[in-house]
Write a protein that binds this ligand. Sequence first.
Ligand SMILES: [Ca+2]
Ligand SMILES: [Ca+2]
Length: 161
Amino acid sequence: MAIPELEHNPLVRRVVDTFDTNRSGEVDFKEFIQALNIFVKPDAEEEKLKFTFKIYDVDGDDYISNSDLFQVLKAMVGNNLNDTQLQQLVDRTIRQGDKDRDGVLSFNEFKLIVMEQGIGITDRLRVELSSLGSPPSGSPPAGGSSPPPSSSTSTSNSNQG
Ligand SMILES: [Ca+2]
Ligand SMILES: [Ca+2]
Protein backbone atom coordinates (compact mmCIF):
# COMPACT_ATOMS: atom_id res chain seq x y z
CA MET A 1 0.00 0.00 0.00
CA ALA A 2 1.63 3.21 -1.11
CA ILE A 3 -0.74 6.10 -1.22
CA PRO A 4 1.37 9.26 -0.94
CA GLU A 5 -1.50 11.48 0.17
CA LEU A 6 -2.29 9.10 3.00
CA GLU A 7 1.34 8.57 3.94
CA HIS A 8 1.56 12.25 4.78
CA ASN A 9 -1.64 12.25 6.77
CA PRO A 10 -0.81 12.09 10.49
CA LEU A 11 -4.21 10.62 11.20
CA VAL A 12 -3.44 7.71 8.92
CA ARG A 13 -0.24 7.31 10.86
CA ARG A 14 -2.35 6.89 14.00
CA VAL A 15 -4.49 4.26 12.31
CA VAL A 16 -1.43 2.38 11.14
CA ASP A 17 0.02 2.49 14.65
CA THR A 18 -3.23 1.06 15.96
CA PHE A 19 -3.19 -1.73 13.40
CA ASP A 20 0.40 -2.49 14.31
CA THR A 21 -0.35 -4.60 17.34
CA ASN A 22 3.15 -6.00 17.76
CA ARG A 23 4.74 -2.56 17.48
CA SER A 24 7.00 -3.53 14.64
CA GLY A 25 6.53 -0.17 12.99
CA GLU A 26 4.63 -1.52 10.06
CA VAL A 27 1.40 -3.37 9.46
CA ASP A 28 1.93 -6.92 8.33
CA PHE A 29 -0.71 -8.85 6.47
CA LYS A 30 -1.97 -10.69 9.52
CA GLU A 31 -2.44 -7.49 11.47
CA PHE A 32 -4.21 -5.94 8.53
CA ILE A 33 -6.63 -8.84 8.28
CA GLN A 34 -7.23 -8.82 12.02
CA ALA A 35 -8.08 -5.15 11.91
CA LEU A 36 -10.33 -5.57 8.90
CA ASN A 37 -12.10 -8.44 10.64
CA ILE A 38 -13.24 -6.07 13.34
CA PHE A 39 -15.08 -4.01 10.82
CA VAL A 40 -16.77 -6.78 8.89
CA LYS A 41 -18.07 -8.72 11.87
CA PRO A 42 -21.68 -7.71 12.42
CA ASP A 43 -21.57 -8.11 16.20
CA ALA A 44 -18.26 -6.41 16.84
CA GLU A 45 -19.51 -3.04 17.98
CA GLU A 46 -17.45 -3.28 21.14
CA GLU A 47 -14.34 -4.15 19.19
CA LYS A 48 -14.93 -1.32 16.77
CA LEU A 49 -15.27 1.04 19.69
CA LYS A 50 -12.08 -0.29 21.22
CA PHE A 51 -10.29 0.21 17.96
CA THR A 52 -11.50 3.79 17.67
CA PHE A 53 -10.59 4.34 21.29
CA LYS A 54 -7.06 3.14 20.61
CA ILE A 55 -6.70 5.59 17.75
CA TYR A 56 -7.51 8.44 20.10
CA ASP A 57 -5.33 7.05 22.90
CA VAL A 58 -2.09 8.28 21.41
CA ASP A 59 0.24 7.38 24.29
CA GLY A 60 -1.43 4.03 24.88
CA ASP A 61 -2.19 4.39 28.58
CA ASP A 62 -5.82 3.29 28.09
CA TYR A 63 -7.17 6.77 28.72
CA ILE A 64 -7.90 9.56 26.30
CA SER A 65 -6.28 12.58 27.85
CA ASN A 66 -6.63 16.18 26.84
CA SER A 67 -3.36 16.04 24.92
CA ASP A 68 -4.27 12.71 23.29
CA LEU A 69 -7.45 14.19 21.91
CA PHE A 70 -5.69 17.37 20.92
CA GLN A 71 -3.09 15.50 18.89
CA VAL A 72 -5.63 13.38 17.06
CA LEU A 73 -7.95 16.27 16.34
CA LYS A 74 -5.02 18.34 15.22
CA ALA A 75 -4.28 15.61 12.75
CA MET A 76 -7.89 15.51 11.66
CA VAL A 77 -8.55 19.19 11.16
CA GLY A 78 -5.10 20.25 10.03
CA ASN A 79 -4.93 24.01 9.83
CA ASN A 80 -8.67 24.50 9.61
CA LEU A 81 -8.75 25.46 13.27
CA ASN A 82 -6.13 27.35 15.17
CA ASP A 83 -4.76 25.82 18.34
CA THR A 84 -6.97 27.94 20.56
CA GLN A 85 -10.14 26.85 18.80
CA LEU A 86 -8.93 23.29 18.82
CA GLN A 87 -8.15 23.40 22.52
CA GLN A 88 -11.63 24.72 23.23
CA LEU A 89 -13.14 21.86 21.27
CA VAL A 90 -10.97 19.34 23.12
CA ASP A 91 -11.81 20.83 26.52
CA ARG A 92 -15.52 20.75 25.75
CA THR A 93 -15.46 17.20 24.48
CA ILE A 94 -13.53 15.93 27.51
CA ARG A 95 -15.69 17.90 29.92
CA GLN A 96 -18.90 16.53 28.44
CA GLY A 97 -17.71 12.95 28.44
CA ASP A 98 -15.74 12.83 31.67
CA LYS A 99 -18.37 11.37 34.00
CA ASP A 100 -16.07 10.62 36.94
CA ARG A 101 -14.27 13.96 36.67
CA ASP A 102 -10.78 12.53 36.61
CA GLY A 103 -9.89 14.67 33.64
CA VAL A 104 -9.49 11.87 31.13
CA LEU A 105 -11.84 9.68 29.13
CA SER A 106 -11.85 6.02 30.04
CA PHE A 107 -13.08 3.49 27.53
CA ASN A 108 -16.44 3.33 29.28
CA GLU A 109 -16.79 7.09 29.16
CA PHE A 110 -15.81 7.07 25.52
CA LYS A 111 -18.41 4.37 24.90
CA LEU A 112 -21.06 6.45 26.64
CA ILE A 113 -20.29 9.40 24.41
CA VAL A 114 -20.77 7.27 21.35
CA MET A 115 -23.91 5.60 22.69
CA GLU A 116 -25.50 8.82 23.91
CA GLN A 117 -24.94 10.51 20.62
CA GLY A 118 -25.90 7.45 18.66
CA ILE A 119 -23.12 8.28 16.26
CA GLY A 120 -19.39 7.84 16.13
CA ILE A 121 -17.25 10.44 17.79
CA THR A 122 -15.84 11.44 14.44
CA ASP A 123 -19.31 12.27 13.17
CA ARG A 124 -19.95 14.19 16.31
CA LEU A 125 -16.75 16.14 16.00
CA ARG A 126 -17.57 16.93 12.42
CA VAL A 127 -20.80 18.45 13.67
CA GLU A 128 -18.91 20.37 16.32
CA LEU A 129 -16.52 21.70 13.75
CA SER A 130 -19.24 22.82 11.39
CA SER A 131 -21.02 24.54 14.25
CA LEU A 132 -17.94 26.64 14.85
CA GLY A 133 -18.66 28.40 11.61
CA SER A 134 -16.15 29.25 8.88
CA PRO A 135 -16.25 26.08 6.82
CA PRO A 136 -12.77 24.91 5.93
CA SER A 137 -11.83 25.62 2.36
CA GLY A 138 -10.08 23.09 0.25
CA SER A 139 -10.51 20.30 2.72
CA PRO A 140 -10.65 16.81 1.28
CA PRO A 141 -14.07 15.19 1.27
CA ALA A 142 -14.76 12.99 4.23
CA GLY A 143 -14.05 9.36 3.56
CA GLY A 144 -16.56 6.58 3.81
CA SER A 145 -18.60 5.58 0.83
CA SER A 146 -21.61 3.95 2.34
CA PRO A 147 -24.64 4.05 0.10
CA PRO A 148 -27.88 5.26 1.63
CA PRO A 149 -30.20 2.50 2.81
CA SER A 150 -32.41 1.58 -0.05
CA SER A 151 -35.92 0.70 0.89
CA SER A 152 -37.42 -1.98 -1.20
CA THR A 153 -40.08 -0.48 -3.31
CA SER A 154 -42.78 -2.61 -4.76
CA THR A 155 -43.34 -1.99 -8.38
CA SER A 156 -46.86 -2.26 -9.55
CA ASN A 157 -47.64 -2.65 -13.15
CA SER A 158 -50.90 -1.43 -14.40
CA ASN A 159 -51.74 -2.28 -17.92
CA GLN A 160 -54.46 -0.49 -19.61
CA GLY A 161 -55.94 -2.52 -22.26
CA1 LIG B 1 -3.72 8.22 26.66
CA1 LIG C 1 -12.95 10.08 33.34
